[in-house]
Design a binder for this molecule. Sequence first.
Ligand SMILES: [Zn+2]
Length: 185
Amino acid sequence: MEVKFCSSCGAGMETREVDGTLRRACTKCSFVHWGNYSIGVGALVVKEDKMLLVRRAQDPGKGYWTNPGGYIEQLEPIEETIVREVREECGVESTIKGIVALRDQPRSIHNLYVAFEMDYVGGEPTPDGVEVDAAGFFGMEEMEAMNVAPFTKWLVDVALRGKSDGLTVDGNPIVPLNGYGLFRA
Ligand SMILES: [Zn+2]
């Protein structure tokens, strides 16, 4: 998927060296195609050793229980995005406590997922009826009988069972998660 036309001025693009790397760059203006990236955020809202989970009402992952989350917006600060996503999906108010994990997926659209540990502030979990059709706080034992998404299982383990000192690679995750760079923070 080579970029053919400049998204700034519409002129043709060429491949040339920019800062020591061959990149697609505009033949007429200063535009450089640096790549395609996306950043996801996830919330691990803990209340009395129970985790806030929502059940996905849409694909991808329809029917799976996951932690609330979404993608950052162009001009919205990341700390506002995560609080908004939790509120919109299930009506719970929360504040950021820290970052507990990162997931890196270098692929056609390079995705970085930032997992936040959040403090519960208030609100009864109520599904929005669009993105999610169920919501609630659940303990580890309850989750055993639920259809929890594999990546969410890993995040719950990180948040409830302990983290690392600093950023460490998890090369042997508790569930198979092939192709992910997983980091406990
Ligand atoms: Zn251009």
